[in-house]
Write a protein that binds this ligand. Structure first.
Ligand code: ZN
Ligand code: ZN
Ligand code: FE
Length: 765
């Protein structure tokens, strides 16, 4: 024992520290938590939110200070995510007591705004308690739950910077807000029936429906088969009861939403179990704070109208994530369709005036409230694959949580994403903030959404992009938007390289890795349309190590909507006669496409895996035409026999770049069709064959590149069967396999990839 310590025992020594806490620590009850811990330990000092996070000064017995520092991380409140605690000793001041100091502005900001969080157990108990002053109040929340990202207009995260700014707290709410011992201490959206937002039920013409409980009336409307527009957290939904075919079919007709499945809201896990098969992982996701839509296999006996999800094997189910949804689900006691408030591919409506205009011809009545929505945010969508979550859409509940880039950027960045399933991403140093889902930017409205979203993120995270990364495709509106930005440097990133880089980045890897990137279409470095790629590379650059054999893509967009064209392309190339499935296609149309393929006029060459799926699905008669991209492939996958299947033979031409030729597989498929083999078997054999050749090609490329790291991404890998077979095969070959988990494998990950590539290149330069 050292003699220095003997003179004064540590517990008696007075010590003062300044502690910097980084991470998600604002708007999550962190300051009251610090206050309570300091009070318990008898410490003096203060805590405040600043632009970076939380700053604390604490003074007291040295032993208590030690404990305090440990507890700042170990006992943090449920919504907090502490990424760093830096401590510095400073002179003692002898001040009495511990205080929470009001927020101050100034300095560089990286203070995180958190994601919206589902209603907590304590709040749910109050909601259901007739004696509570917030009984049935649809906007109750506390520091452990409630709206965040969707109501935030700026930073620091305090009430004046949210859409709650105009609601003045009543005395009771203010007392909770000011009391460090209260669950609502500094809960920015704190509200009650006396002072907070109100819900109203309106007729189409704007007249308020009479009655003292608009929610009960709305619930009765739904039970009666009416279609309601419901203003939720990130936008308007359209709702009706899910077991009423007349109501659902009418909603589908009014919405022009041809075949896309509608999501369902149910009161609890038990109700969800009445609709779909749920494993442990699915349940975890359903009850998680993010409350995404979880896609799961529908039960044959599920009491759900045919029009909810025509021909789809899965249903998308979610649990209530706000008190308003909680009350609607409980009051109706039935599964409700809860689908985006929009017409076909438009963005979800979130502004009150706009919603009234756009949804006027769809909804019978409007269930609205007077708390504005700051940012349009769709529901997130997830499915479980390989016992891990696979996000199909990352938005409400997840955004704006940041990710760490494996290579920090010397300059501030913006990635504008691709065209479909657009999301953007801003980055500073090693931090990247992938945005909420913006949508398909094919029109002015979604482009505006992208512009507004970028401006909001720039303000929120104080990022001023100096470098803007974009897709190589010159016609994407996202690319044009990048080019319109003034005073910035542009970096073009190849689409499939962005998929690879995004997957590496979210796993904190830099490569080199072999990536099988399978998607619909993306412009290649050689000017042709890629989409069945074996790439080798890291964050900064890549090589095309292999691909699917090329075929003509007849008629661009037309080929996506009409999968029979891709079948025609392959069959014409192979000089195969027409299978029976194509009888509904007029000979004249078929000949026209065949001529395109033979001459190459009006056609581009493509290696797209998505289009190959379209072709074989069409050959099997699954779908000759579709109403959304990938529909034929989704249905083809759903038909697959779950048991082991003999893989169809793909030819592998091993000289680099390796070519995976599906022709022998297609021949075998045609023979099976002719022999009357069921489509379930054909589908299983096709999946097995494509997975096998992908594993072979990746193994070869990995050997050549001297790496054991592989990854799978691109929209085609939303296909559970293909993803499972391929990743299992790669693992059996002794390779490591990365799969996107925190961002989707589809184009929702492109912006993160663009940012990761730009950061790596700038760091290299
Ligand atoms: Zn709560
Ligand atoms: Zn109040
Ligand atoms: Fe893509």
């Amino acid at each position: 024992m050292s003699t220095a310590a003997e003179g004064s025992p540590p517990s008696a020594t007075l010590r003062r520290v300044r502690v910097r806490v980084d991470g998600t620590v604002q708007g999550v009850g962190y300051r009251p938590f610090v206050y309570r811990v300091a009070a318990e330990l008898g410490l003096a000092g203060w805590v405040l939110n600043d632009e970076r996070g939380v700053l604390v000064e604490a003074e007291g017995a040295a032993g208590a200070i030690e404990t305090f520092i440990v507890r700042l991380r170990a006992d943090a409140p449920p919504l907090a995510d502490v990424s760093g605690v830096e401590t510095e000793d400073i002179p003692t001041s002898g001040e009495p007591g511990f205080q929470i100091v009001a927020s101050e502005r100034g300095g560089g900001a990286t203070a995180p705004v958190t994601a919206d969080s589902a209603t907590c157990e304590d709040c749910l108990a109050e909601l259901a308690d007739p004696a509570d002053r917030r009984h049935r109040y649809p906007f109750l929340n506390c520091t452990n739950c409630g709206p965040r990202f969707t109501i935030v207009r700026g930073i620091p995260y305090d009430r004046p910077a949210t859409t709650m700014a105009d609601f003045v707290m009543c005395d009771a709410c203010q007392a909770e807000y000011d009391d460090p011992g209260d669950r609502r201490f500094h809960a920015q959206p704190n509200a009650c029936p006396a002072c907070g937002p109100r819900v109203r039920l309106l007729e189409r013409d704007g007249a308020e429906v009479e009655g003292d409980d608009p929610l009960r009336t709305a619930a009765q409307d739904l039970l009666d088969g009416r279609i309601l527009a419901v203003k939720g957290l990130g936008g308007y939904h359209l709702a009706c009861r899910a077991d009423d075919e007349t109501a659902v079919a009418e909603l589908r007709r009014r919405k022009h939403r041809e075949d896309r499945p509608f999501a369902l809201l149910v009161a609890d896990v038990e109700a969800a179990r009445g609709l779909v098969t749920l494993g442990e992982r699915e349940v975890e996701l359903l009850v998680s704070r993010a409350r995404p839509i979880v896609l799961a296999r529908r039960l044959p006996e599920a009491p759900v109208a045919e029009s909810v999800a025509p021909r789809a094997p899965d249903l998308g189910v979610m649990l209530p994530y706000t008190p308003l949804h909680q009350l609607l689900a409980a009051d109706t006691g039935v599964a409700l369709v809860m689908t985006s408030g929009n017409v076909s591919d438009e963005p979800i409506a979130y502004d009150d005036g706009d919603a009234r205009e756009r949804l006027d011809h769809i909804a019978d009545r409007f269930l609205v409230h007077d708390r504005p929505i700051a940012t349009r945010t769709d529901d997130s969508v997830v499915r479980v694959v390989r016992d891990r979550p696979l996000l199909m859409r990352r938005s409400r509940g997840y955004t704006p949580a940041p990710l760490e880039l494996p290579i920090a950027s010397p300059r501030q960045l913006l990635g504008v994403g691709a065209e479909q399933k657009n999301a953007f991403c801003v980055a500073k140093d090693a931090r990247a903030w992938p945005s909420h889902h913006i949508g398909d930017i094919k029109n002015y409205e979604t482009l505006t959404s992208l512009r507004d979203g970028v401006a909001h993120f720039e303000a929120l995270f104080e990022v001023a992009p100096e470098v803007v990364a974009h897709d190589l495709h010159p016609d994407y509106l996202s690319t044009r938007y990048a080019q319109e930005r003034e005073g910035v440097e542009l970096v073009g990133v190849q689409h499939h390289h962005a998929h690879l880089a995004a997957t590496l980045a979210e796993h904190g890897e830099t490569g080199p890795a072999v990536g099988a990137i399978y998607d619909g279409t993306g412009l290649g470095s050689d000017g042709t349309i890629w989409g069945g790629e074996i790439l080798v590379g890291g964050l900064a650059d890549f090589e095309r190590a292999g691909r699917l054999a090329g075929v003509w893509l007849p008629g661009g967009e037309g080929a996506i909507r009409e999968p029979w064209r891709m079948a025609c392309s392959w069959l014409t190339q192979m000089r195969e006669p027409l299978p029976a499935a194509f009888e509904p296609i007029a000979q004249q149309r078929w000949n026209m496409v065949a001529r395109m393929v033979m001459t190459g006029v009006g056609a581009t060459s493509t290696s797209s895996a998505g289009r190959l799926f379209d072709a074989v699905a069409a050959m099997c008669g699954v779908r000759l035409e579709v109403s959304y991209e990938g529909q034929a492939a989704v249905e083809f996958e759903a038909l697959a026999d779950p048991g082991a299947a003999e893989p169809y033979p793909f030819e592998l031409q091993p000289i680099a770049p390796v070519i995976m030729n599906p022709q022998p597989a297609i021949r075998a498929l045609l023979a099976d069709l002719a022999a009357g083999v069921p489509v379930s078997v054909i589908s299983a054999r096709f999946h097995a064959g494509l997975a096998r050749v992908t594993v072979e090609a990746c193994t070869l490329a990995a050997q050549r590149a001297g790496t054991d790291l592989t990854l799978l991404s691109g929209g085609v890998f939303q296909n559970r069967l293909l993803l499972e077979l391929t990743s299992a095969g790669l693992q059996d070959a002794g390779l490591r396999v990365l799969v996107p988990e925190r961002l989707p494998p589809n184009d929702g990950q492109i912006a993160l990839g663009q940012v990761a590539v730009a950061a790596a290149r700038l760091a290299d330069a």
